[in-house]
Design a protein around this ligand. Sequence first.
Ligand code: PGA
Length: 205
Amino acid sequence: MKLVVCKNYDEMSDKAARIIKAGMILKNDIVLGLATGSTPVGVYKKLIEANKEGKISFKNVRTVNLDEYVGISYNHDQSYHKFMDDNLFDYVDIDKKNTHVPDGRATDLNRACKEYDEMIESYGSIDIQVLGIGQNGHIGFNEPQSTFSLGTHIVDLTENTREANKRFFNNIDEVPTKAITMGTKHIMQAKVIVLVANGKNKARA
Ligand code: PGA
């Protein structure tokens, strides 16, 4: 593990984006694992800039996202499908058929988890996985005590996570109680993981 301490958010975003850009140049059909949350937004902005300048192309890039809330529609402001469109996919030359976000609206959630794992495995493995981290150390919606052998699964959100995310909803009652998340199994199988953490409140995690 290499720890890179940056002087500010912009430098952190730039350094993380450089790793991803290099990966995209070396392998044009790279498999990127992507994360939502406020922290990676700066990384995505740098990737959008580089795409606009013609330095990188997403034409053959495949993406798999970490997680999605259960029970909210794709166009809900807090849906992670919408987050990815608003913060990356709508601004780059990606083919949306090559982008994947877990389906929190599936009627058979266990089947959706199994199909998500099959899709990841059909790609071999993730080349570069972008991660944020929660204040309590959660990764995606994997809480710190989750086992490392789990594939995509349904989680009951902890009160800590729901509290942390309530700023995005009108009130705590609107925050979903369940989510679908990639497990640490496929995250740990990624060839490279770029975890971005910003601010004092993440220092302990
Ligand atoms: P944040 O969320 O980037 O908005 O701090 C990270 C996380 O909770 O995984």
